[in-house]
Design a protein around this ligand. Structure first.
Ligand SMILES: [Zn+2]
Length: 328
């Protein structure tokens, strides 16, 4: 069995049926084994270990209480603490520290340092910048914490009536506090399609102006209302490059919490070959020969997308003629 895409963790128990059990949730928060995943303004806490690899830092309930200056359970109601799930019988929670001006200074205090939180090398980092350097379970956990807290920050008010919302079900639903409305809002994950289009031994790759120097990647775009995934693949390819596709085959998916997407990956076959680049979307798009891609190492003249991305996997699996990780 090949590993799934990065940012997923098959062994992670979400324990969804526990979310409505407020007694269990409150007991879990005060459980000495509870772990808190800190997020500060959409950044995750990591430490560089020997060799430069990042490692996630999770906090105990005591650390959480010190940073929050109070009981973490009091932060359930507004979504500052969110139940994530259970790992090896330890309940895990996301902990929003965005209101703390200098959380690193508090973390480096002698009380915390004495309990094993490394003061040196600890930092809040954008998960995207870590580019898959974290162990897979840590990457998945940090992605989930980041995505959940981002959703809470953007849904403090009801989209129907404008009243404040409260966090319910241990952070997995927000309820409008207006008694005449009571609309329930659930965490969003927005679908995007991403596709490697091939024409025999050639693959279609493009770049937009925000990419790092030399980077070319698969095409991608958001699914629109009333559209199938296959239709979205064909439309995005047509809009960006004027290439028509004739077959669209599902490959695999990847949570992409930047800020709240799921990437749905496809391999597609081209029916036409002449590229017309939409310069509003892309800076360039070209056909690349399989043999050339196999022989070319990443450098500033040409590089493939980052290693933790499904885009890279779509390319690599096409280069090596492999099916998706979920295929049997
Ligand atoms: Zn409302």
């Amino acid at each position: 069995m090949r590993p799934p895409n990065y940012y997923t963790a098959p062994g992670f128990e979400r324990a969804g049926l526990r979310r409505r059990d407020s007694d269990w949730i409150r007991a879990a928060i005060t459980d000495a084994a509870a772990q808190f995943v800190p997020v500060w303004r959409s950044q995750n806490l990591v430490v560089e270990v020997t060799g430069g690899e990042p490692r996630a830092i999770v906090l105990t309930g005591d650390h959480a209480a010190l940073l929050l200056e109070g009981d973490p359970a009091a932060h359930l109601e507004h979504g500052g603490v969110v139940f994530l799930g259970v790992i090896e019988e330890r309940p895990h929670f996301a902990l929003d520290l965005s209101h703390v001006e200098t959380p690193l200074e508090t973390l480096a205090s002698p009380a915390l340092a004495a309990s094993g939180i490394p003061a040196d090398g600890s930092r809040f980092a954008d998960l995207r910048q870590l580019a898959g350097g974290l162990a897979r379970p840590e990457g998945a956990l940090l992605a989930l914490a980041r995505a959940m807290l981002h959703w809470h920050q953007r849904h403090r008010f009801c989209g129907v009536c404008g009243s404040p919302t409260s966090s319910e079900e241990a952070g997995h639903m927000r309820l409008c506090t207006n008694a005449d409305c009571k609309t329930m809002h659930f965490p969003r994950t927005d679908p995007a399609v991403i596709m490697l289009v091939s024409d025999g031994e050639r693959a279609l790759l493009g770049r937009n102006k925000n990419f790092p120097p030399g980077m070319y990647s698969t095409l991608a775009g958001f699914v629109e209302p009333g559209e199938s995934l296959e239709d979205a693949v064909a439309r995005e390819v047509r809009e960006e490059t004027a290439i028509e596709v004739k077959s669209v085959a599902y490959h695999s998916s990847q949570p992409w919490p930047f800020p709240g997407n799921i990437m749905l990956g496809f391999h597609a076959e081209a029916a036409t070959s002449e590229i017309t680049v939409d310069y509003g979307e892309l800076e360039d798009a070209r056909w690349y020969e399989r043999d050339w891609l196999l022989q070319h190492a990443d450098d500033n003249s040409f590089r493939l997308p980052r290693l933790d991305s499904i885009a890279r996997r779509l390319v690599e699996d096409w280069l090596h003629r492999r099916a998706g990780p979920g295929a049997v």
